[in-house]
Write a protein that binds this ligand. Structure first.
Ligand code: MEV
Length: 438
């Protein structure tokens, strides 16, 4: 068993040597760690080393740009970090398409974030409610230091409620708190406030005379943590145009296209198997910009999918309709994002991405990211209901196959030309490259 003690205390070279000794037959595997992927700029490498524990090298992903996004009248070039070949191209196509049809509109509907102190209490709910009512000002006073700066920025604690959850789990109650964290994602702020609320509960319960000593003893804090489910931190992105205006090179019959498109979205609304893939396409756009701007994509993913299942059935995050002669397509997304704090002013590429987006505040970033999701969804559903996705997808994947085959620049150029008018498949590319090499 390769169990190691004190791994984090080893130097980077010692860590790598340990990996080689235990998991590799030779030093070849580690060449990229210290050579190609290692940054020779010591200061930058140190920054990366210190983002996480046990850093041994960097893991690069491409940063691509999808230009021509007209959002509420401003034109953006959107940075996207993603490994999937066709995503940036699809976003750029959708952006160009809608730039000629009025652009995207986006509106922040709400910005409230949520956190809970989960606790157990075996006693009278009536007395617990009275106890809770005596605590409101104490909660505020005890968190004043934490909330001071946030309040200066116009945010802070919005509300604290006591929730009886005993119908679902014996003795289970919550403090359900809502927050406005302005331009920060707010996780640290929220969690610090919650932990202080928990301290207040723990301490003040002992002082509350109406409780019996058994009731006092029974109050047990289980945990204090923000929720990544943010259905009240919501942004809407939408596009609309006259159906006739949908006409383009790929859309010869706009009426038929609009009808098929609306049916495809309806299918995703009622069929979870399709909804998951439909929403995955949306997240291709969302995650790529969330990553580029240094936000927490796991939090966004968790919250978005919970929102997609809010009715009890997992469903499409986007909607489409035909209203008379107008086609309308929109999405509502819960997005808890930050443009200050976290990685935002530490990671040089995140700084670049935010600057490229004209240093948006959190609300503007919510709008840009929701639009990226909608654009991606439009591109996917458009392809699916017209040509099918493989044509475009395999075209973009061609370069990956050529790279797998270690094609030379000359072979690549010849192959790209040849496959302009041919169906791309793995075997067809292999055959073509082998043909060239004969
Ligand atoms: C592929 O990454 C995403 C799609 O499957 C999305 C969809 O089916 O809507 C094309």
């Amino acid at each position: 068993m390769n169990i190691v003690n004190g791994f984090s205390k080893l130097t980077k070279n010692q860590k790598i040597n340990w990996l080689v000794a235990h998991y590799f037959n030779n030093n070849q595997a580690i060449e990229p760690l210290l050579q190609t992927y290692w940054n020779s700029n010591e200061q930058l490498q140190k920054l990366h080393d210190e983002f996480i524990e046990n850093t041994i090298t960097n893991f690069y992903l491409p940063l691509g740009i999808a230009p021509n996004f007209v959002i509420n009248g401003t034109t953006y070039a959107i940075p996207m970090v993603i490994e999937e070949s066709s995503v940036v191209a699809a976003a750029a196509n959708a952006a160009k398409f809608w730039s000629k049809r009025g652009g995207f509109k986006a509106t922040v509907l709400s910005t409230e974030k949520i956190g809970n102190v989960h606790f157990m209490f075996a006693g009278s709910f009536e007395k617990l409610t009275k106890f809770f009512n005596t605590l409101q000002s104490i909660f505020r006073n005890r968190t004043a230091e934490i909330t001071k700066n946030m309040e200066k920025r116009g945010g802070g604690i919005l509300n604290i409620e006591l929730i009886d959850k005993t119908a679902d789990l014996a003795n289970y109650y919550q403090l359900h708190a809502t927050f406005d964290t302005k331009d920060s994602m707010g996780a640290n702020f929220i969690n610090s406030c919650l932990e202080e609320f928990a301290n207040v509960l723990r301490e003040e319960v002992m002082e509350f005379d109406l409780f019996t000593s058994e009731e006092k003893e029974s109050l047990q804090i289980i945990m204090s943590i923000l929720s990544n489910y943010v259905p009240n931190c919501l942004v809407r992105a939408e596009v609309s145009c006259k159906i006739a205006e949908l006409h383009s090179k790929e859309i010869e019959n706009p009426q038929e296209f609009a009808e098929k498109f609306v049916q495809a979205v309806r299918i995703a609304q009622i069929e979870p198997y399709r909804a998951v893939t439909h929403n995955k396409g949306i997240m291709n756009g969302v995650d790529a910009v969330v990553l580029a701007t240094g936000n927490d994509f796991r939090a966004v993913e968790a919250g978005v999918h919970a929102f997609a299942a809010k009715t009890g059935t997992y469903a499409s995050l986007s909607y489409a309709e035909i209203d008379g002669d107008t086609f309308r397509f929109w999405i509502d997304l819960p997005l808890a994002l930050g443009t200050v704090g976290g990685l935002t002013n530490l990671h040089p590429m995140v700084k670049f991405a935010l600057e490229l987006l004209q240093n948006p505040d959190a609300n503007e970033l919510m709008q840009i990211i929701a639009v990226a999701g909608l654009a991606q969804n439009f591109a996917a559903v458009k392809s699916l209901t017209t040509t099918g996705i493989q044509k475009g997808h395999m075209k973009m994947h061609l370069m990956n196959i050529l790279n797998q085959l270690k094609a030379t620049a000359e072979e690549k150029a010849t192959a790209l030309k040849y496959f302009e008018n041919q169906t791309v498949s793995h075997s067809a590319v292999v055959e073509f490259v082998e043909g060239l090499r004969k």
